[in-house]
Structures are given as structure tokens and as C-alpha cells.
Ligand binder design. Structure first.
Ligand SMILES: [Zn+2]
Ligand SMILES: [Zn+2]
Length: 287
């Protein structure tokens, strides 16, 4: 009798059915307001950084007159914003149910999310910040204000990769600009030294200070973004997520990166189109 009841509850609460039946259920906002603010402030900060970088990139490029780099800037901006859009569009969240969690959990003993009121398929984890269950949840990205999961993980990797490459190119041309225009001693490629000269003895001007700051900043971004991108690719190739990695969980079934990247991933390196991953997430087992 219990099994019948569980089956009835499960069939009535599959995510798609529930979505059709109840349409838009009001999300419960249980996350702290400070974190909500962070979710909005961080993406705005990134937009500001990109706009400042683009402005100074144009200044540098027009000085050096290099149309090839101008095309590269357009390409990387297209990739970064295109993948950002795809990350937001394919959030990988599961729709909510509305059955009492205690009742089902006590009957079936299955993984149950008491916040979303659904039976959690394998590798589905609840995000306390989004307050939703996320398929193949990797992590919650504060910088973009969204969870990274099954369907937007590939775009996240492309986002990181293109951002790292564009920062690397910017750092290179900022270095060349400083070298060509100012030709300072080696120590003056570091922002604190230039700032000292600008404030104390006036041997550096404002533009040199800003470009040196951006050179140092983008150099740091290149290292950190490429490292993070490499770490993500490593985990995807091992069929693990950051969430599982941090909790020491291994996926039993050996996997291929196609489950995240999809069958046409070389195309996605050129155009930020969405290709759904090959296999469903619930075929995998976790230990
Ligand atoms: Zn949940
Ligand atoms: Zn989240």
C-alpha cells in the first residue's frame, strides 16, 4: 500500500507534470538579503569592469593602430556576452512540487527536497541561494548571480575561457602600450610604484597610472580565470562537479565530457549557441 502511495505521489509530482498543472508557483525567497544583493552587485561589477576595459582597450588600440586586435575585441565581447546570456537562459533548475516532504520522506526513504517538495533525482542538489533544486549542480556563481548546472556548465567554461583569453590579449597590448609610449624602467610596470610616482614626485601621469593598473589587473585575471577554467575542464573530464569534489563523492559510471559539452562543442567555440548534453543526468550513480 505504501509503495502505491509513493508511486502515486511521484507520478503526480514529476517536475514536468507539476509545471503544467500549477504553472508559475511563487518562489520562496529564503536566502538572506545580503546574499541577494551580492547576486545583483557582482554581475553589475563585472559589466563595469568589461566596459572600462573596452574603453581603455580602444584607447590603446587606436594609439597603436592595430585593426586585427579591434576585431579580436569584438569577437571576445560577443563570446563573453553570448555565453553569459546562455548561462542565464539555461539555469538547470527543477520546477517545484507541493506535497508535504515529511509524508513522502517517511514513506519512501528517497532523497527528498523539503524546500522544493520534489523527489531528487541522482546528482540533483538543492541550492540554498537560488532556493531551487539544480540538475548536476556544480556551484553557485556569485559573479554571474546564478547556479551552474547540467545545461549551462558548458557555457560557463566557454565564458571563463574567452574571458581569460581576452584578458591575456588586453594585458599584452597594455604592456606594449606602456613600453611604446612611456618606456619606463622595469619597476614602473607595477601599479603601486607608478601610483607612488603619480602622487609623490609627479613623474607619472594619470593615463599611465590607469593603464598600468589595468595591465596588472588583467594579468591577475588571466591567471585566475585560466586556472579556474582548467579546473572546471578537469572535473568535467572526470565526470565530477565542484559540489561533489568538495564532498569527496565519486560518480561510479565512467563518463565523457560530452554530457556537459554536447555533440557540437567545436561549433560553440566560435558561436555561443546552445547544444543540449547527450545523456540524461539520472542515469548516473553516486557513492
Ligand atoms: Zn530543492
Ligand atoms: Zn544557486
Amino acid at each position: 500500500m505504501h509503495e502505491d502511495l509513493v508511486e502515486r505521489i511521484r507520478s503526480a509530482n514529476t517536475p514536468i507534470e507539476k509545471d503544467r498543472k500549477h504553472g508559475n508557483m511563487k518562489p520562496r525567497m529564503s536566502q538572506p538579503k545580503s546574499l541577494l544583493a551580492l547576486n545583483i552587485i557582482c554581475p553589475l561589477l563585472i559589466l563595469l569592469i568589461i566596459s572600462v576595459l573596452t574603453r581603455y582597450a580602444l584607447l590603446i588600440y587606436t594609439t597603436l593602430v592595430d585593426p586585427v586586435v579591434l576585431v579580436l575585441t569584438g569577437f571576445f565581447n560577443f563570446q563573453i556576452f553570448g555565453n553569459w546570456f546562455q548561462i542565464l537562459r539555461h539555469r538547470s533548475v527543477l520546477p517545484r512540487g507541493d506535497v508535504s516532504g515529511d509524508m513522502v520522506a517517511s514513506i519512501s526513504g528517497e532523497a527528498w527536497c523539503s524546500q522544493c517538495h520534489i523527489v531528487q533525482p541522482v546528482r540533483v542538489y538543492h541550492c540554498p541561494l537560488c532556493n531551487r533544486c539544480v540538475a548536476r549542480r556544480d556551484h553557485h556563481c556569485f559573479a554571474l548571480g546564478v547556479c551552474i548546472g547540467q545545461f549551462n556548465h558548458a557555457h560557463f567554461v566557454y565564458f571563463l575561457g574567452h574571458a581569460a583569453l581576452s584578458c591575456c590579449i588586453f594585458a599584452f597590448f597594455a604592456f606594449r602600450y606602456i613600453h611604446t609610449v612611456y618606456d619606463p624602467p622595469a619597476g614602473d610596470y607595477f601599479f603601486p610604484v607608478v601610483l607612488y610616482h603619480y602622487i609623490v614626485d609627479g613623474t607619472a601621469d594619470g593615463c599611465q597610472s590607469v593603464v598600468t593598473f589595468l595591465f596588472n589587473f588583467t594579468l591577475h585575471l588571466t591567471v585566475s580565470l585560466s586556472g579556474f577554467c582548467g579546473f572546471n575542464v578537469y572535473l568535467i573530464c572526470r565526470n565530477r562537479t565542484q559540489y561533489e569534489f568538495s564532498r569527496g563523492r565519486n560518480v561510479v559510471r565512467p563518463d565523457r565530457s560530452a554530457r556537459v559539452f554536447g555533440p557540437y562543442f567545436p561549433l560553440q567555440l566560435l558561436i555561443p549557441v546552445h547544444c543540449p548534453p547527450i545523456k540524461a543526468v539520472n542515469l548516473e550513480k553516486i557513492v
